[in-house]
Design a protein around this ligand. Structure first.
Ligand SMILES: C[S@@+](CC[C@H](N)C(=O)[O-])C[C@H]1O[C@@H](n2cnc3c(N)ncnc32)[C@H](O)[C@@H]1O
Ligand code: SF4
Length: 454
């Protein structure tokens, strides 16, 4: 990898799970009424045909991993389970009461935090309450995130019996020094046990989350982690770039020093090594950070051009509407975004008052919708194209200049009405998206808001 390219393009940049990105949402045009109207419009246009996605955020974890950028609350008190479930069900009821007919669920994902913090009995209760007010699309996909240290066979069986066929486990790195630094001791045996149990029960997609660029991590550690991963042959692998975002409140990224992190160059080498090893092991690269075996639905959706990206990450199919339930969860009606309050007590208070617990959001204007489409194309397919009605690129020199420069650097090629990111440019896909990000261009952040792109 060319060193000067890394120096040039390793800048703070969004991961584009949405456009506009959360720090650029415009509150002035957002209101609860506007949010509800945008959801009703989306529902009318898409519920019958494609159905909607549901994301449920379960924030509790027993122990704090000091690298973690997710929204979580650390507690060992399992008495929090029932009040939280009651609140999520109330929030779901508020949405169901708003919608003119029963929502049809195409995708449902349980994320966190740690969904497997909750007991199988309580999860069973929660899922039954959700499904009671919905119908299911024929080819529905249910998935959850499990922590290898606390996922039991009973968890796996319970989720499976309720229709879940996909699970992902947080692995990160197997090296002990790295695990100590990130405060997450997790022996290989634990990952092996849950992976084998999930496969034996019948899950058709088992995923592992790995990270490169962690404190004290080296290429040797990446090699060892991927060798062990290969033994278990997960169907999907997320190979995330460590996002160092210590300014996010309460995320606990203080267990190590910045000097313990690999440099931009070393981090990129770890990625290149990991990618080569994963290719050798039969995995295909899917969008940014993801790899899958040919048999996995994510690979199938990539080759049939169905791959989609939203707040849940990459998904195998697109739904126009996604409702997020639980603290900090984000909903997306395609025409608007809305984020829930982050504090558990505020969340309880609002839902108990019968109020959808949204704290902020954004309604997309015509320009946002066009740019969103291109960013989604780039993140999912590494290319995008436009028609003469959609002449943003010709008309906006700030986009064109940026693209020209990246073309000169060999990161992309432009043709008539289209552009394609080259192999060399793929690691810089976030930077290419930034060329289209008019919100970012028009208001440069005064302080760092995003992790580095490399
Ligand atoms: C909610 S956790 C997974 C479930 C469970 N809590 C666990 O830790 O096993 C989601 C995943 O996000 C990834 N992640 C969290 N913080 C990250 C960060 N700062 N940079 C990159 N990836 C991160 C990790 O790979 C983690 O497994
Ligand atoms: S990595 Fe998982 S278990 Fe660890 S703090 Fe984050 S959400 Fe919780």
């Amino acid at each position: 990898m060319n060193r000067s390219l890394i120096d040039k393009y390793n800048v703070a940049g969004p991961r584009y799970t949405s456009y506009p990105t959360v720090p650029y949402w415009v509150d002035d045009t957002f209101s609860m009424k506007a949010w509800k109207d945008s959801l009703l419009k989306s529902f009318a246009e898409s519920n019958e045909e494609e159905g909607l996605s549901l994301y449920i955020h379960l924030p509790f974890c027993e122990s704090l991993c000091t690298f973690c950028g997710c929204h979580k609350r650390i507690t060992k008190q399992h008495s929090v389970e029932i009040p939280y479930i009651n609140a999520v069900v109330k929030e779901w009821d508020l949405y169901c009461d708003l919608l003119p007919s029963k929502p049809k669920i195409k995708e449902m994902h349980f994320g966190g935090g740690t969904p497997t913090f909750f007991s199988p009995t309580h999860l069973n209760l929660l899922i039954n309450c959700i499904l009671r007010r919905a119908t299911l699309a024929d080819d529905y996909e249910f998935s959850f995130e499990g922590h290898p240290n606390n996922t039991t066979e009973q968890h796996l069986q319970t989720f499976y019996d309720l229709g879940f066929r996909r699970v992902s486990f947080g692995v990160q790195d197997y090296n002990e020094t790295v695990q100590k630094a990130i405060h997450r001791i997790q022996p290989f045996e634990n990952v092996k046990r849950v992976t084998e149990q999930a496969k034996a029960i019948g899950y058709n997609s088992v995923g592992h989350d790995l990270i490169f660029g962690l404190p004290f991590q080296t290429e040797a550690h990446v090699k060892e982690t991927i060798a062990k991963t290969k033994e278990l042959k997960p169907d999907r692998i997320a190979f995330y770039s460590y996002a160092h975002v210590p300014w996010i409140k309460g995320n606990g990224q203080r267990g190590f020093d910045e000097s313990n992190l690999p440099s931009g160059e070393a981090k990129r080498q770890q990625y290149e090594l990991g990618k080569t090893l994963l290719f050798e092991a039969g995995y295909h690269e899917i969008g940014m950070d993801h790899f899958a075996l040919e048999s996995d639905s994510l690979y199938q959706s990539m080759i049939t051009n169905q791959l989609h990206r939203n707040f849940m990450g990459y998904t195998a199919s697109k739904t126009k509407a996604m409702i997020g339930l639980g603290v900090s969860a984000i909903s997306d009606s395609w025409f608007g975004f809305a984020q829930n309050v982050k504090n558990v007590e505020d969340y309880y208070h609002l839902v108990n008052e019968g109020i959808i617990p949204v704290v902020k959001g954004h309604i997309l204007n015509a320009e946002d919708l066009i740019i969103r489409k291109h960013i989604l194309n780039l993140m999912c397919h590494f290319e995008t194209s436009w028609t003469p009605d959609d002449l943003y690129f010709e008309e906006l020199p700030e986009i064109l200049e940026h693209l020209k420069e990246m073309e000169q650097d060999g990161l992309l090629v432009r043709g008539e009405g289209q552009l394609t990111i080259t192999e060399k440019g793929k690691p810089f896909v976030r930077n290419v998206c930034m060329a289209f990000d008019l919100h970012l261009k028009r208001r440069t952040p005064e302080r760092q808001l995003f992790s580095m792109t490399v």
